[in-house]
Write a new protein. Structure first.
Length: 317
């Protein structure tokens, strides 16, 4: 969660030496984390092991990689996963246009040593590095990147198996040119929304943390940090409503991202407090399926609001 993360030039480029340092590092990146997450992140950085973050969409998993890139002053290399992702898109591919030009030039010069030419055109100068290969090389300042493998659950099992060498040995074997190994391990963050189970072989190569929905206190702190212009009383109502909404059996529960979007939307609407009409009009900000919206509109949402108002009145809000 780095909407207002500080510039990297003013920040140290060393990994934290204690759990408290890890918490402070996330704090500098404007990320509100609990101690369990900071502990797992600290161990991942100190041990040089990939960090596997699993949880519902919108709970802040991807943002952790962005924060690490900013506060540690390292380039961020992001591999956005999708169904059908292959080696050419994720690792490397050959620059076929340049290869054809090289072949034509060699033919124009007369005699061609086919074996030598084949070796020349399948050398690294004709290779286009994609995210996984890029992440094994130091950035412009000489620092190893932060590699974000985002939403791994969207890919298929063969690609997942391909990652085992990368995540265990931080190297990639390319048939034409050999093995390329990172001079030192990059920081690796792997995320999954758990639309399918990831194989144990991959999980064993990582440290694991489940990123769940925050409690009301932490979610309120996130809202006040990310939408600083929001009235605190309105923010308390929003957080309490979202917390109650997550107890309903919906197709897709709202994450922290939806809480922030709703807060910002209500701020744009100059809302001073929640009311049934405003909730009904803006449910599309926090719910993304029509069946969920239809279920909550009207009496359901109004009932949650009454409960929230009574609870907040009981604690003097």
């Amino acid at each position: 969660m780095t909407d207002s993360a500080p510039t990297s030039s003013a920040l140290p480029a060393t990994i934290p030496e204690t759990i408290e340092d890890a918490l402070a590092m996330l704090e500098r990146g404007n990320y509100v984390a609990d101690r369990a997450l900071a502990t797992t992140l600290y161990l991942s950085l100190r041990m040089g092991r990939p960090l596997f973050l699993e949880g519902e969409a919108g709970t802040g998993k991807t943002e952790i990689a962005k924060v690490l890139s900013a506060v540690l002053d390292r380039p961020l290399v992001r591999l956005q996963c999708y169904e059908g992702l292959d080696v050419a898109s994720a690792v490397y591919e050959w620059n076929y246009a340049r290869q054809m030009i090289e072949i034509r030039l060699a033919e124009a010069q007369g005699s061609v040593d086919r074996e030598k030419l084949a070796g020349d055109v399948f050398s690294e100068q004709f290779m286009i590095a994609r995210p996984l290969l890029q992440a094994l090389q130091p950035g412009p300042e000489g620092r190893m990147p932060v590699l974000l493998i985002d939403e791994l659950d969207r890919t298929d099992e063969p690609f997942e198996a391909y990652l085992l060498e990368v995540l265990s040995d931080f190297q990639i074997t390319i048939p034409e040119v050999g093995t390329r190994k990172a001079p030192e391990p990059p920081i690796v963050i792997v995320t999954s929304n758990r639309t399918r189970e990831i194989h144990d072989a991959l999980k064993r190569r990582c440290l694991y943390h489940w990123v769940g929905y925050p409690d009301a206190k932490r979610e309120l702190e996130i809202v006040m940090r990310k939408v600083p212009g929001c009235d605190r009383r309105l923010a308390q109502q929003i957080v309490a409503f979202i917390q109650e909404l997550r107890q309903v059996d919906l197709f897709k529960l709202p994450g922290i991202a939806e809480t922030l979007d709703w807060t910002q939307a209500l701020t744009y609407l100059n809302a001073m407090s929640l009311d049934p009409a405003t909730i009904d009009d803006t449910l599309g900000v926090i719910l993304k399926y029509q069946d969920d919206i239809a279920r909550m509109q009207g009496s359901e949402a109004a009932g949650i609001l009454r409960k929230v108002q009574a609870e907040l009145a009981g604690v003097g809000v």
